[in-house]
Design a binder for this molecule. Structure first.
Ligand code: HEM
Length: 285
């Protein structure tokens, strides 16, 4: 493998995420935090925190309005992503097979199972760090967790939003109660997962601590990328395509703005987790 990292590349960065993907992720963060905050004020309405928060949000009714508005943003993110996949298949891939089963697929394949096994060995000091490619197994898991979550939380949320419409289709009334339970429990699961496991995998693991900015800036220092994703790096070097992904870093002011947004999201997320734990242990009804 040619060693293309010379002194001039020291400040060069690798473009990992497109502008659209970054904007969609920011919209997802804003909508998810809004949904979790307003949803939890309803779920844990008997806690003093919920009363304070709902007062700040303009009352429980207005929290319900914000909840529905944020849901529309989340649905938009989902549909724009699906349209982008169709565009990618037309412009960047020759077939659905190549998009869904090619080397950069988001679907689980044999390498993911090998990486999972080798990662466990590596955690125990019994082997080397696996040669991760473009997407790791935990990123694929997070990606499909969103698909699953949107289907379950989204469909039950729409049922709670438009109960007359759904019952007019013949759905029995008791299913609305079931939808409330599923919506509420899946919301708890999603919030718990995102603000602990997802935050740990992306920001808190030792290589990235305290925060990985790549989802906001879209770019990562080339040296870091080479260590983090050796398989993809080697493939791009060998095919001669690496140059196409090299970009300048953003100016410090942009990085500062990104950090303010990122830290705000992390603080909101951790605070919601502390609130949930408090409500479940000390105030549960
Ligand atoms: C994405 C589509 C979603 C839709 C359409 C939706 C819709 C709704 C609606 C209509 C309600 C009843 C609110 C009221 O009575 O004013 C509700 C409650 C709730 N939502 Fe959502 N929601 C969505 C996503 C989420 C997400 C992502 C979360 C959390 C991460 C969440 C958490 C909650 C919680 C905790 C409740 C209260 C349930 C209870 O009373 O126990 N929702 N949602």
């Amino acid at each position: 493998m040619a060693n293309i990292i010379s002194a001039e590349y020291k400040t060069v960065q690798f473009q990992r995420f497109s502008r659209l993907n970054r904007v969609l992720h920011i919209m997802m963060i804003v909508s998810f935090i809004s949904l979790a905050l307003t949803g939890m004020t309803l779920k844990f309405s008997y806690t003093s925190w919920a009363a304070i928060l709902s007062h700040i949000l303009g009352g429980f009714e207005s929290a319900g309005f914000i909840h529905r508005f944020a849901a529309v943003i989340m649905f938009s993110v989902f549909f724009i992503h699906i349209i982008d996949l169709i565009r990618m298949r037309r412009k960047e891939y020759n077939s659905w097979k190549e998009l869904l089963l090619g080397k950069n697929t988001m679907l689980f394949n044999k390498k993911d199972w090998h990486d999972l096994r080798d990662s466990l060995k590596w955690f125990l000091g019994l082997g080397e760090r696996p040669q991760y490619g473009r997407w790791t197994y935990w990123e694929k898991f997070d990606y499909f967790a969103v698909f699953w979550g949107i289907c379950v939380i989204g469909s039950t949320g729409l049922t709670l939003w438009f109960p007359e419409f759904f019952t007019s289709l013949g759905i029995p009334g008791w299913l609305i109660n079931v939808a409330t339970i599923i919506h509420s429990d899946e919301a708890l699961l999603a919030t718990g997962f995102i603000f602990t496991v997802h935050f740990f995998n992306t920001h808190l693991r030792p290589e990235k601590f305290p925060m990985d900015l790549v989802i906001f800036s879209g770019r990562v220092p080339l040296e870091e990328y080479k260590l983090d994703r050796p398989k993809e790096y080697n493939e791009l070097v060998e095919s001669g395509a690496l140059e196409e992904y090299l970009v300048e870093p953003y100016p410090p002011i942009v990085i500062r703005a990104i950090k303010v947004f990122g830290w705000t999201a992390l603080i909101f997320g951790f605070s919601i987790i502390i609130w949930i734990i408090y409500a479940m242990i000390f105030a549960y009804r």
